[in-house]
Structure formats: C-alpha cells, structure tokens
Design a protein around this ligand. Structure first.
Ligand SMILES: [Zn+2]
Ligand SMILES: [Zn+2]
Ligand SMILES: [Zn+2]
Length: 155
C-alpha cells in the first residue's frame, strides 16, 4: 500500500470506530498506522514493539476493539498461531493462507455458510459461530513438484 492508500485505509477504520461509538484516541491512531504498515499479517507482540508510549494493556484493548468493529480479523496459521490482519471487508469471511509467502486472501461462500449451519443443526447445536481457514500455496508460489525440491532456496 502506498502512503495515500494507507491514509485512506486509516480514515476508513477511524470512521468505522467512530460510527460504532468508539473513541479514536492518539494511541489507537498510532496503532492503526502501524498495522497498516505490515505487508501481511502480524502478531500482537509485533504491534507493541517500539511503542513505549502505548502500553501492552492498551494494545490488547485496542486489538479487541478493532476485532469487534471488523477493522481487523484474526487468522489462525497452520500451526495454530493466532495472528491479525487488516480486514479488506468488515463482513463475515474466511481466509486462504499461503504456506510459502504468507499471503492471506479473504473469501466468502454462501454454500459453505449453509453447509456449516446445517452441520451444526444436524447435531442439535444452536450454532453461535465457526472458524475456517484454508492452507495451501497461492498461485504466485511454485508447487512442490515444479520447484524441484529445496535446492534453490529463496533469499
Ligand atoms: Zn479477514
Ligand atoms: Zn504464496
Ligand atoms: Zn463462515
């Protein structure tokens, strides 16, 4: 994202927070700027690094607010690590996670939503939510077969 796109994205997030009744404080503004600087997902720790003026409690509280307002989403990596990413869209969606280049893309599927609701109902559950990520190699990353093994390590 270039500077202008980042500025616009920051304004979108700030408007969203304000609309939902959250205050856009200076530390929050700083965190929004910082999360937009990440090319892909980030950990909560990497958000507090180098921010002595923003306490860890503030970082966690803000993360919570960003998640609740749909500005940010949680992504579960293949090894179970939970990271965060700025949402393209605040609506309900899932993630495709590239295991090679760390690209994360959003997708949504009415078919999947219906199937998951059906699976819960079939077991007598009053479904309150679900999680779903798809792992694999994106179309920019060579497949295992075409890369010819691990000889040509990426730099
Ligand atoms: Zn997302
Ligand atoms: Zn990839
Ligand atoms: Zn879903």
């Amino acid at each position: 994202m270039d500077t202008i796109a980042r500025e616009q994205a920051a304004q979108r997030i700030e408007r969203r927070l304000a609309r939902l009744g959250y205050r856009v404080t200076q530390p929050r503004r700083r965190l929004i700027e910082k999360m937009l600087a990440f090319e892909t997902y980030f950990s909560s720790d990497s958000l507090s690094v180098g921010e002595p003026s923003v306490g860890r409690a503030t970082v966690f509280r803000s993360l919570h607010v960003f998640l609740r307002t749909g500005a940010l989403c949680q992504v579960v990596l293949e090894d179970g690590t939970i990271v965060y990413r700025v949402a393209d869209d605040g609506a309900h969606h899932h993630h495709l996670v590239c295991i090679d280049c760390d690209l994360v893309e959003e997708f949504s599927s009415e078919f999947l939503e219906a199937a998951l609701a059906h699976a819960g109902a079939a077991h007598g559950y009053q479904v309150t939510g679900h999680r779903l990520e798809i792992y694999g190699r994106c179309d920019h990353c060579p497949t295992e077969a075409s890369s010819g093994g691990r000889a040509g390590a990426r730099g």
